[in-house]
Design a protein around this ligand. Structure first.
Ligand code: AMP
Length: 144
């Protein structure tokens, strides 16, 4: 059973600029921005611009554009946050934990001995998100 894309979802509004976000990267096909309820400092979401509900309906050509950006952000996050590891997560439909129905990949820096905070837990301070976005943009600017 395939579910429809809702053009009123919050990430569609972010893409249109109707809702603010802390952007870290943008190109013709993708956008990456800070998760407002980070599970660890530096938690980024990478999304395609083409409307896609999740992996189940996405065009493989869209995935082919998004995954290299997920890698780019993961590498920048490793540098920017001196991460020991990078957790990449992606949920499909409510039963799997999806709460926003525009395809997105979570890119989350991990450190030894630091547990992940809960999924969709506490809102982060805007100044912290802005500072972490700046760190990521600086790391991306350094990347070859
Ligand atoms: P998921 O459960 O995979 O659909 O995750 C949705 C993610 O979007 C959660 O990690 C939320 O913290 C995050 N989120 C929700 N609203 C916003 C927003 N306005 N800006 C940035 N991240 C958001």
């Amino acid at each position: 059973m395939s579910m429809a894309y809702d053009p009123g979802n919050i990430f569609a509004k972010i893409l249109k600029g109707d809702i603010p976000s802390h952007g870290v990267y943008e190109d013709e096909d993708t956008y990456a921005f800070m998760d407002v309820m980070p599970q660890a400092p530096g938690h980024v979401l990478v999304i395609p611009k083409v409307p896609s509900r999740n992996m189940l309906d996405a065009d493989p050509a869209v995935l082919a554009k998004v995954i290299p950006v997920v890698q780019k952000i993961a590498r920048a996050a490793q540098d920017a946050f001196e991460a020991d590891g990078i957790f990449i997560a992606q949920f499909n439909e409510p039963a799997a934990g999806q709460t926003v129905f525009h395809l997105h990949f979570h890119v989350i820096p991990r450190h030894e001995d630091q547990p992940l905070r809960p999924h969709t837990g506490k809102m982060e301070d805007g100044a912290v998100l802005a500072a972490n976005a700046e760190k990521l943009r600086a790391a991306l600017a350094q990347a070859v």
